[in-house]
Unconditional design. Sequence first.
Length: 256
Amino acid sequence: MTTTAVAPAKKNQTFAFRAEGSDGKPKSGTAVASTREAAIAKLAANPEYTSILSVRQTGTAVVGKKSRPKARAMVAASRQLAMYLEVGYDERAAITEILDDGEIGDVVLAHGLTQVLKDMSSEGVKMHEAMAKHPYIFPELMTKTLAAGDKGGFVADAANQVANDLESEDEQRAKVKKALTYPMVVLALSSGIFVFLMMYVVPKFGAMYTDLSNGKAELPFLTQVVMVAKSMTPSPMYPLDSRGSAAMGMLKSQTW
């Protein structure tokens, strides 16, 4: 008897869409489908819509209150914001377009921009004020720069400046990480060598000195210090035993 493997059906997802209705007016809503392509095909087959403007999956990821977006995503979003503002979009429309593009690639930032849109729905709340309510997503540098741009009437230039500042900060952070890589590798290797010596080499020398002199060898002071330190460190070859007391006694008997 043969069995045929059946691929599991894809779980349906919810997609938010914007479309042009048959009356020429913009429409928006949600559609349920297994993939984005299936959602587009479903909407295109609906005679109520003459043109599908955008389709994106609604956010379902859980974002913590202190989650932070990736720096590169912030830079890209700031550049897009400046571009849309320069061509005449208002702040809400610009953020909507950024979300509809679906190119952010950062769940935290997408969540933050969605919350900003919700906050801006209240009358009188400006973009920088809405962003300031989410300081872990939108840094103070960004909100203050945008606030200054709003006050002076150059929000697009301010958004470009934010992108430049965030990009420069990310580059500096990358340089610091790169500079710390070598010393961290050296430290790790040195620690590994030290552990190897203390766990495997020093015990052998300790046993050799004890066998040659029946425990009466007069060792240099630094050697005695190393032996005492090793006697207090468990070893897979030589577990803790009376050697610790013997080494300590040798150290105390050292003539100063």
